[in-house]
Design a protein around this ligand. Sequence first.
Ligand code: ADP
Length: 531
Amino acid sequence: MAQLVDIRILQREYLLAISRALTAELDLHDVLRIILQSSVELVSGRAGLIALRDAKTETLRVAAVYGIPVNLVDHFAPLLRDLPNDLDSAEQEAELTRRLQKIGRDASMGLTQMVRLPMISGEQAVGVVYVFLAGSAYYLPQDVKMLLRSFAEQAAIAVRNARLYQQVNQEKQRLDAIIEQSADGVMILDQALRITVFNQALSRMTGRPSPSVIGHHHDEIFQWRPLKTAMDLQGALANGWPLPGAAHLYVEGDLLRPYQENDPTMEGNLISLGITYAPLMDSDGRMTDIIANVRDLTRYREEESLQKTFISVVSHELKTPVSIIKGYAGTLRRQDANWSPEIVEDSLSVIEEEADNLNDLIDSLLEVSRLQAGTFNLEMSDDVFLPEIATNVTRKFSSQAKNHRFILKFDEDFPLVVGDERRLTQVLNNLVSNALKYAPDGGSIVISGQVHPQHVTISVRDSGIGISDHQQHRIFQKFARLDNALSRKAEGTGLGLYLSKAIVEAHHGRIWFHNNPDGPGATFTFSLPRD
Ligand code: ADP
């Protein structure tokens, strides 16, 4: 065994190596191995072992070994069992020696002596360091024991650091996951307004994957067209934001989504965003980061503009029949005129027709409010015969369809289906009335019915203006009136297709449309299950 002076020099070197390892952020097990090797070499030992206490199971588990072949590590298990509580220190010593002798025999490693050093962190025993010696037993000077104890302390510090680091890391991962999974858009900016965090919800909203924006300046990504609030982030910063007490900044505006290959409908799509910026301050009151919550207001804005259109459309639609009725009624009432029976008859039928129009409109509005309130019920019967409904609908419209020609083409043996006859009539009424409205130059309107094993389909084909690609996604929306010359001229509320879709879906069917591939116009089709 080395002289004490040499040991001191050695110890200094070892302590240096250990503290280097502690600060070099090595893996905990690497640090423990360096400490263990230093301890064993310091006393010219044969082997060593460090076991850590598992906080959950309260048992010791091997964390590092030195000089013990892997296949022999299991033999050391007896040293990991706690000593009985009621033993005094001499008895503990004797018990440990007994265990070591047995291990020495089982593992044939010729171990004769050991030093057991508890690793204490704060009040807690976090583990134990064993140093094993071989050869004839000798007395370890007190100084050497002290040196070994200082190594065990270093090991305990390393364990505590590693556990703190792990805790902080876990907490960080948890926070990252919360931000990442948050249903609202979340973004974090550094002092220079560069984006450091951009969560999934925000990526979906803006159509920009997070790697494509991280590190970019806020203004590069958020280019408002237009800005709807008085100030954007830069403007607010220039005005001294954040002021104490008024920390949050709200900015609203429209943003252009970039074109995405897998989602071509998004090209040139504007989204409305509302962003609340909150500054994060350090203890000196300096802003370190800005955390921004981003909400997608697009649907809300769309609804708002739809409501506006709705009010103007509905008031127009209500006013027209009312003024026609009033005009005819006023004319008929004139005392000075002596109207022929034909004129009276004609006028009364116009009044009746317009009253029916009013009634239809009020019915549609009631249906929409029932749909919204969830009290939309079907009156089902099991003998709905769609070819007959189609015939009735064409009969009803034939007086208005001077330039149009109706063609009915139903498969033979068209089956009876289960459904609400009145409402299915309403769907066909609406499709046929659109076919007439949006094909003002006339042409044929083909109403056909096909029978399939599980379902039937009904199609209404016109040869009108068709539906432009970029407006197709809106057509079934409530109050949707597409922007074309005819929608502006033709009467309508934009409720027909919305209600038709609701009715068909309440029957567990589907409704769709396409522009005719072999000519002008569009075909609307709905399916109904046969059962
Ligand atoms: P509206 O009362 O305006 O007709 P709908 O809900 O029935 O309401 O239709 C919504 C919009 O879809 C219409 O304003 C029109 O622009 C378009 N549309 C519906 N049917 C057709 C069709 N057969 N051909 C072309 N455009 C149509």
